[in-house]
Write a protein that binds this ligand. Structure first.
Ligand code: GDP
Ligand code: IMO
Ligand code: MG
Length: 427
């Protein structure tokens, strides 16, 4: 039985939460393998809307065990706030397990994220300010604090001392902030230890044993391909591996166990924060996409930048992730345009690029080459099969599929669980 990877194909907010939720009752484990509470996944179940940040979307499926993998960075205050808020709404969170190797976001890393952005001025990334980048930097610099460190106060203290030696110099001398005391950090972290202890597990061992027993594991990515630290629009990226490769390193499941890679892709494009975005619209069409698609960040509330579908990006995602299935979302948002532009290539300084250019400067200057597809005006949110859609909407789906390098297995026509047209089974 399989391990499935589910990732975002664009710059995030493609509707990964909804897609994960839909598979939730058919999988045994849902694993978050990267990122932290920079993510924001909205899941709509009947009249209830849930906004998840740190918890895997599988937490809403009663039969499923949610796992926070080793590749995640965990803000413990946020973790327990999110658990308490779900419990208060009647969601059972008792199955949640957390990797002993996941790194912890300490208060000084939240501070550093915010002051570093201010320091960068117009070169800022537009981060979520949650301490994600500095915590991954600590991991790579080998001065990070991990979940397991909470259970040995002596070790915890040593590690916090080691980390603060340099951080306090930077906080005080570079950023003109107050130094942080070792005691305050240790006390804050230890305050969570007893509550966290029963959740902590060797998650890599747990998951590979589950696969050996024939159970199904869904690896749910946060962020997306173009926000990946290696394969995204660096430096305008997040600091983790959000592509399919990251699903293995971030969970402890080897690549040979992964059977499917599902990429969630919006029928148009959005982006939050700074960085290049060739099909971005600065006109009324952009405002209309934002309004019709409710494109405001789940995590920070920031208005999302909006633009047309970008096929070279989808092809890039298909290649980098080895996508077996696309889940196309938010087709309903495109209702009402007479013609819908779709970017099929770029033009940079008179040269045509059919794939993403190698160099960052070229991508910054890329102008979209558009093909125009027919639009439709009928409401499609009540459709139950692809054949129910107006011919032009069907043609849009098929044209986008043709351009994007992998088959489309489902089409989203609204936020509800039922508003999904299944073209081929995902599981
Ligand atoms: P994620 O971060 O990839 O999980 O995506 P977000 O939850 O941040 O943003 C996607 C938004 O679109 C959420 O509010 C979803 O409820 C909503 N959504 C998902 N699929 C569809 C769809 O097919 N149509 C519409 N109209 N909304 C959708
Ligand atoms: P989901 O999982 C959209 C963006 C931020 C910023 C950049 C770096 O909901 O798709 P960070 O705080 O991670 O260091 O910020 O990445 N970003 C996201 N954009 N969706 C997300 O998550 C994002 N997580 C981070 O806006 O541009
Ligand atoms: Mg989101």
């Amino acid at each position: 039985m399989p391990a499935l990877v589910l990732i975002g194909a664009q710059w995030g907010d493609e509707g990964k939460g909804k897609a994960t939720d839909q598979l939730g009752d058919r999988v045994d484990y849902v694993v978050k393998f990267n990122g932290g509470n920079n993510a924001g996944h909205t899941v709509v179940i009947g009249d209830d809307t849930y906004a998840l940040h740190l918890l895997p979307s599988g937490i809403l499926s009663p039969g499923c065990t949610p796992v926070i993998g080793n590749g995640v960075v965990v803000d413990l205050g946020v973790l327990f706030e999110e658990i308490d808020a779900l419990e208060a709404r009647g969601v059972d969170t008792s199955k949640l397990v957390v990797s002993a190797n996941a790194h912890l976001i300490a208060s000084y890393n939240r501070t550093l994220d915010k002051v570093a952005e201010r320091f960068l001025g117009n070169r800022r990334i537009g981060t979520t300010g949650r301490g994600i980048g500095p915590t991954y930097a600590d991991k790579m610099n080998r001065v990070g604090i991990r979940v397991q460190d909470l259970f040995d106060e002596k070790i915890l203290r040593q590690k916090v001392e080691g980390a603060l030696e340099l951080k306090n110099q930077v906080l005080v001398k570079v950023y003109n902030r107050k130094a942080v005391t070792v005691d305050a950090v240790v006390e804050e972290l230890l305050g969570f230890a007893d509550r966290l202890a029963p959740m902590v597990t060797d998650t890599g061992l747990l998951l590979t044993a589950a696969l050996d027993r024939g159970e199904t594991v869904l690896l749910e990515g946060g962020q997306a391909t173009l926000l990946d630290v290696d394969h995204g629009t660096y430096p305008f990226v997040t600091s983790s591996s959000a592509t399919a490769g990251g699903a293995c390193t971030g969970s402890g499941i080897p690549p040979t166990r992964v059977d499917k890679v599902i990429a969630v892709v919006k029928a148009y494009t959005t982006r939050v924060g700074e960085g290049p975005f060739p099909t971005e619209l600065h006109d009324q069409d952009g405002e209309r996409l934002r309004a019709q698609g409710h494109e405001y960040g789940t995590t920070t509330g920031r208005p999302r930048r909006c633009g047309w579908y970008d096929a070279p990006i989808a092809r890039y995602a298909a290649r980098v992730n080895g996508v077996t299935d696309f889940v196309l979302t938010k087709l309903d948002v495109l209702t009402g345009w007479e013609r819908i532009p779709v970017c099929v290539a770029y033009e940079v300084g008179g040269t045509r690029f059919d794939e993403m250019p190698m160099g960052q400067s070229d991508f910054h200057h890329a102008k979209p080459v558009y093909e125009y597809l027919d639009g439709w005006s009928q409401d499609i949110t009540g459709a139950r099969s692809l054949e129910d859609l107006p011919k032009a909407a069907q043609a849009y789906v098929r044209a986008v599929e043709e351009m994007s390098g992998a088959p489309i297995s489902s089409v989203g026509i609204g936020p509800d669980r039922e508003q999904t047209l299944q073209l081929r089974p995902l599981l």
